[in-house]
Design a protein around this ligand. Structure first.
Ligand code: ZN
Length: 590
C-alpha cells in the first residue's frame, strides 16, 4: 500500500520543499507551486489544495493529511496541548535494522512516532484527540502508538473528556512481533473503561484503515465516521485477492461499502468534519468551557427547570385532546382507517423528525450486517434537549417505498434500533420512536439473519432500558414488527393509525381462508386507536385534520409537542427503578 503523500510522487517545479513540518505547524508546501494531482493528473496549485482541506480542486480526490495538519483543521487554533510527544518504543524482538529504520523515518518526518495525541478544543468544547500519521511506517501500531493512545484514553477517562481518534494505519507493526499484537487488546481495554465511565468516543476512519487497527480501537467508537472513499478493512484488498483468487468488485472496502454493511454511522466530508464533530459532542452534553460537567446528565435538569412547561399547564393542554376531539372522523369504519393509515402521501417518520426536532444527525447501521433503510435513527434535540429518535420509514413516493422496502424492516433494522437505544441508555437520553410498518419483512434473508431473534431481543432489552421510551404509531402498526419499537413506557396513536396482530388481509386469510374479507376482519380485530385506547393498550390518541398529509402535518405536530414535553417531564423524573417497574406493570397487566 502506498502511503506517500501526493507531493512526494509529483515533480516539484521550483525550489525543493523542506521537511520542517512538525511541532511548529509550518506549512511544508511553498506557496504558488504548481503540482500534478496523482489521482486525475490535473495541474493544481499547491496553495489551493492546502486551503481546500487537501482535496483536489479538479477531481475532488482526497489527499492524505499529516497529523498536525489534521489537528489544525479540526482543533481551535492555539488550544492543542500535545501529550507524550517524545515517547518512543524499543526493539522488543531485536528485529535487525529496525532501530535504524525508525531513526531514518524520524529524521524524514520529524515525528517521534506514528500518532500524535493530546487535548484541545473544538469550537470551545474540550476533547482528547489522537491522530495517526501515515508517513510514519504506514502508521502501523507498535508499542509506542498503542501506549500513546492508551495513555490519552486513560487521561480522558480521568478528566471525564470525550475522545476523538483519527485512524489511518497499515495495521500492526510487524517489526515488533507479539508486542504489537498486544496493543490491540491494550487500547481496546482502555476504551472499555472510558466507555464504562459513560464517556463518548468518536472514531474517524481515513484512508487507509486496516489490519490490527481496524480490529481494535478504530471500530470501537460510540460513533464511527469515515471520510468519503476511504479504504477500510481488516485484510488488505491484495491479500484477499490472493487468498480467494478473485478480483474484488469496485467499491469493495470503501467507506460507502462500510456504511451499507452497517459498520460506519456516517460519511463526513472533510470540510464538514469540524462542524459535525461539534454537533455530536454537543448532542452528548459536552459544552464549550465546562466540558468536564457533561455526559448527558444535563438533559434531566432541563425538563425540570423549563418554566414554560409546568407540568400542570402541559397536562391541561394534553387533557383537552382525547378520543372525542375529532367529530369529523367519527363516521369512519375501521377499514376506512386502515386505508387512511396506508395512504402514500401520509406523513412518514422522517417528516415528524423534521417538524418536531432540531439538529438531527442520522446514524446508520447495526454494526453487524447492514444498514436497513426501513429504519431511520439518530440523535436530535427536542426543545434543546438531546434525544434519540428512531423511525420506521416507508417513504412518500413509489421510488422511495422500494428503497425503504415499504417500511418492512429486516433484522438489521431492529438491531440498528437496539444499538441506538443502548447508546441512548449509556448517555442517558430519552428515546422517541415513530412506528409505521405493515410488519417485519417476511423473506428468506430475513429468516437467515434471525428476524424472530432480532424482534425478541428488542422486547427483552426494552424491558430493561433505563431511559424513558415513547412510541407513537403514525401509520400502520403491524404486528411484532411494530411492537419491537413499541415496548416502552407509553404508546400513542394518531387518530387514523392502526395497530394489530396482523394485517386485516392476513387475518381474513388465516381465519376465514378469504383475504377479500379484510374489511370485515378490520372491524373484528379492534385495531383502531379508539379501540386500543379503550383497552388500555395505548395511552393517548392524537387527532388528525381532515385530509391529513404533508401540508397540514404541523397541526398534528403542534398537538404532539406539548404532550411529548409532558411525557419527558414526567418520565425523566422517575428513578430507574420506578421507571422500569412501571414499564413492567404496563405489559404485566395483559
Ligand atoms: Zn485530481
Amino acid at each position: 500500500m502506498k502511503l506517500e503523500n501526493m507531493f512526494k510522487k509529483t515533480r516539484i517545479s521550483s525550489r525543493t520543499q523542506g521537511h520542517g513540518f512538525g511541532r511548529t505547524m509550518r506549512p511544508e508546501v511553498p506557496e504558488g507551486l504548481l503540482r500534478k494531482c496523482n489521482k486525475c493528473g490535473a495541474a493544481i496549485i499547491a496553495e489551493d489544495v492546502k486551503a481546500g482541506y487537501y482535496i483536489c480542486p479538479k477531481c475532488g480526490g482526497y489527499f492524505r493529511v499529516h497529523a498536525y495538519r489534521r489537528i489544525q483543521m479540526v482543533i481551535d487554533e492555539g488550544t492543542f496541548e500535545e501529550w507524550n510527544e517524545d515517547l518512543t518504543g524499543g526493539n522488543p524482538v531485536n528485529y535487525k535494522g529496525y532501530p535504524e529504520k525508525l531513526e531514518a523515518v524520524r529524521e524524514k518526518t520529524k515525528l517521534h512516532e506514528a500518532v500524535v495525541t493530546g487535548k484541545g478544543r473544538i469550537n470551545g468544547i474540550e476533547t482528547v484527540i489522537a491522530v495517526c500519521d501515515g508517513r510514519f511506517l504506514m502508521a502501523s501500531m507498535g508499542w509506542a502508538v498503542g501506549e500513546k493512545i492508551t495513555r490519552a484514553v486513560e487521561r480522558a477517562t480521568e478528566e471525564r473528556l470525550p475522545v476523538i481518534i483519527y485512524a489511518c494505519s497499515g495495521g500492526a507493526r510487524m517489526q515488533e512481533g507479539i508486542t504489537s499484537l498486544m496493543q490491540m487488546a491494550k487500547t481496546s481495554a482502555a476504551l472499555k473503561r472510558h466507555s464504562d465511565a459513560g464517556l463518548l468516543y468518536i472514531s474517524v476512519l481515513t484512508e487507509p484503515t486496516t489490519g490490527g487497527v481496524t480490529a481494535s480501537f478504530a471500530m470501537l467508537g460510540d460513533v464511527i465516521l469515515a471520510e468519503p472513499g476511504a479504504l477500510i478493512g481488516f485484510a488488505g484488498p491484495r491479500v484477499i485477492e490472493q487468498t480467494i483468487r478473485q478480483k474484488l468488485p469496485k467499491g469493495f472496502q470503501r467507506a460507502e461499502f462500510l456504511v451499507e454493511h452497517g459498520f460506519v454511522d456516517a460519511i463526513v466530508r472533510r470540510e464538514d468534519q469540524r462542524k459535525t464533530l461539534t454537533q455530536i459532542l454537543s448532542l452528548h452534553g459536552y459544552e464549550a468551557e465546562k466540558a468536564a460537567a457533561g455526559n448527558g446528565e444535563t438533559g434531566r435538569e432541563d425538563y425540570r427547570q423549563d418554566p414554560a412547561d409546568s407540568e400542570e399547564s402541559v397536562k391541561q393542554a394534553a387533557a383537552e385532546e382525547g378520543p372525542s376531539a375529532f367529530p369529523h372522523h367519527q363516521s369512519l369504519t375501521a377499514w376506512d382507517r386502515v386505508q387512511i393509515s396506508r395512504k402514500i402521501d401520509r406523513p412518514s417518520g422522517s417528516d415528524y423528525i423534521r417538524e418536531l426536532f432540531t439538529d438531527f444527525i442520522e446514524f446508520h447501521g447495526d454494526r453487524n450486517y447492514g444498514d436497513d433503510q426501513a429504519v431511520i435513527g439518530g440523535l436530535a434535540r427536542f426543545h434543546g434537549t438531546p434525544v434519540t429518535v428512531i423511525a420506521q420509514e416507508k417513504g412518500t413516493s413509489t421510488k422511495e417505498n422500494i428503497k425503504r422496502n415499504f417500511g418492512m424492516p429486516m433484522p438489521e433494522g431492529y438491531r440498528k434500533a437496539l444499538r441506538l437505544m443502548k447508546q441512548a441508555e449509556k448517555f442517558k437520553r430519552p428515546v422517541i420512536c415513530f412506528v409505521d410498518t405493515p410488519g417485519a419483512f417476511c423473506g428468506i434473508e430475513a429468516e437467515e439473519r434471525g428476524q424472530g431473534e432480532a424482534i425478541a431481543k428488542n422486547l427483552m432489552e426494552l424491558a430493561g432500558l433505563t431511559v424513558p421510551v415513547l412510541s407513537i404509531v403514525i401509520g400502520e402498526g403491524g404486528s411484532g414488527g411494530a411492537l419491537a419499537l413499541a415496548a416502552g413506557d407509553e404508546v400513542w396513536m394518531l387518530e387514523n393509525s392502526v395497530y394489530s396482530i396482523l394485517s386485516p388481509e392476513g387475518f381474513a386469510s388465516i381465519l376465514w381462508k378469504d383475504s377479500s374479507r379484510a374489511h370485515e376482519a378490520a372491524e373484528v380485530m379492534k385495531l383502531t386507536a379508539a379501540d386500543l385506547y379503550q383497552r388500555k393498550i395505548i395511552e393517548q390518541i392524537i387527532s388528525e385534520p381532515e385530509g391529513f398529509c404533508q401540508d397540514n402535518l404541523k397541526e398534528v405536530t403542534d398537538r404532539l409537542e406539548p404532550q411529548i414535553r409532558c411525557f419527558l417531564q414526567t418520565y425523566t423524573q422517575l428513578s430507574e427503578e420506578e421507571l422500569l417497574d412501571r414499564r413492567y406493570q404496563r405489559f404485566r397487566k395483559f
